[in-house]
Ligand binder design. Structure first.
Ligand code: F0G
Length: 458
């Protein structure tokens, strides 16, 4: 008999999670005004709100925590982190930050000016936020295939080189300080970018004198997809692939809460000493001294160890395998999801799940509410609530895709949990026609409304 898949780790410490009754959940979500962010986590059985900072650290990471050097300046923990980044990712200059958006804030303070254009593949919300806050514009150059939820393409995170060249040709080039490649591309469904695409974008950027910055939160998951999907990389190690990916970049920002498997942390990696020097000043203002940047020594130690563990093939195969397993179960039952499944999450396509509910009634949000009621599983809406209102007309913006994201934390849940999640979704799918209406807004904040919005059932 062929030996079946099993997770490449065993459990040393457990955290109790409690089941609840359907009646309790109906009451709780009503009290939370149908906003999943407002549920206290003890009311959630399986929490798929995000894969960010929610992973389980290893015994080795916890032992590194005990060895942290808490010196203000020049801590050995900083050098452990910096040397690991140099060894695995190849960057000479490193600035620690407290998380990914802080890395964006510091680096963009140097690179982004009023009126600039920053092309990329569907920039993440905070990335876009830090660009727009500086009165610059994020230009989405993702390939068109990414916006078709059922189209199978191995690298739906790729940048369209023609779109990129058009941006370069039709604008003053000095207004384009950099291109941001997000690997994997969270906004388009955790979809990877191929090595060929990274290389070609980098070549085009070199030709025009534009920098390449990689938003690297899920870089190791991207490397896994290159290994299993791109010709010529099947026999390379994840670390060889990672090194090649970053060899095409001038710099990187990192949310270590994802592929470095820590609960908090981030950093910037750079090749250019002058940019590093300028960024150092902003790091000191916003984050902390250049050898800690908002992190404890113990955090930097755990981060260094997490980068090693996160770039092991066996770990990635098990992690992404878990998401593929859940995706296959859903597809086998006809549940409409974004295909192919991405590296960190399943995205349920609410437009096909609840076609009778118009976008003005927030179908992905009502789906999230129903899934919570069904099984105590919490996801997050990536649809009309998140897309917010047009700043000028104040009308709702209706995005092309109306999704419920179920992000899987790293090394936290078992295959039994995947079966439980699948059963909860399938149960909702089977009673989808009983969900007649969506939600209406009773109160919302002027921006980023999804975090605090108060809703009511129609
Ligand atoms: N870039 C990407 C691609 C991200 O997915 C995130 C965060 C960030 C940058 C910002 O990093 O949270 O450490 O400040 N994504 C989380 C998520 C919040 O749920 O997808 P951060």
């Amino acid at each position: 008999m062929e030996l079946p898949f099993a997770e490449p780790y065993k459990i040393k410490m457990v955290e109790q999670i409690r089941k609840s009754t359907k009646d309790e959940r109906i009451q709780w979500i009503k009290e939370a005004t149908y906003n999943l962010f407002k549920l206290s986590s003890d009311k959630v059985f399986i929490d798929l709100l995000t894969d960010s900072g929610t992973g389980a650290m290893s015994d080795k990471q916890w032992s590194e925590m005990m060895l942290g050097d808490e010196s203000y300046a020049g801590a050995s923990s900083f050098f452990k982190m910096k040397n690991t980044i140099k060894e695995l990712l190849g960057f000479d200059y490193v600035l620690p930050t407290h998380q990914g958006r802080a890395a964006e804030n510091v680096l963009f303070s140097v690179l982004v000016k009023n009126g600039d254009l920053i092309p990329g593949n569907s920039h993440f919300d905070t990335t876009k936020g830090h660009i727009e806050f500086r009165h610059a514009k994020a230009v989405d150059c993702t390939i068109d295939e990414a916006f078709n939820p059922t189209l199978i393409h191995p690298f739906k995170g790729n940048i369209d080189l023609n779109k990129l060249q058009n941006v370069f040709e039709n604008n003053p080039i000095e207004k384009i300080p950099m291109v941001i490649i997000t690997i994997t591309c969270n906004t388009s469904g955790g979809q990877p970018v191929s090595m060929q695409n990274i290389r070609e974008v980098s070549e085009l950027c070199k030709k025009y004198g534009v920098k390449v910055i990689v938003d690297s939160a899920r870089f190791a998951e991207n490397a896994y997809f290159i290994k299993v999907r791109e010709k010529g990389y099947e026999n390379k190690t994840i670390r060889e692939i990672v090194a090649e990916m970053f060899s095409y970049a001038d710099g990187m920002t990192m949310s270590s809460k994802k592929d470095a498997i820590v609960n908090m942390g981030g950093f910037i990696g750079l090749r250019d000493k002058e940019i590093y020097r300028q960024a150092s000043t902003f790091n000191i203002i916003y984050e902390g001294y250049i050898t800690y940047g908002g992190l404890s020594g113990r955090d930097m130690n755990a981060l260094a160890q997490g980068l090693r563990e996160g770039t092991e093939f066996e770990y990635l195969e098990s992690r992404i395998g878990q998401i593929e397993y859940l995706g296959k179960k859903l597809l086998d039952h006809g549940v409409p999801i974004l295909e192919p499944v991405g590296g960190h999450a399943i995205f349920i396509d609410s437009k096909r799940f609840l076609p009778h509910i118009p976008q003005s009634e927030f179908p992905a949000q009502i789906l999230g509410v129903e899934l919570f009621i069904e099984g105590g599983v919490r996801g997050t809406e990536i649809g009309t609530l998140l897309a917010d209102r047009d700043p000028v007309t104040r009308e709702n913006r209706y995005p092309k895709l109306e999704l419920l994201r179920l992000a899987i934390p790293r090394r936290v849940y078992s295959r039994n949990h995947m079966d439980y999640i699948a059963a909860s979704i399938i149960n909702v799918y089977e009673r989808r026609n009983e969900i007649k209406r969506g939600l209406k807004i009773n109160w919302e904040a002027p921006i980023m409304r999804h975090f605090t919005v108060e809703l009511e059932r129609l």
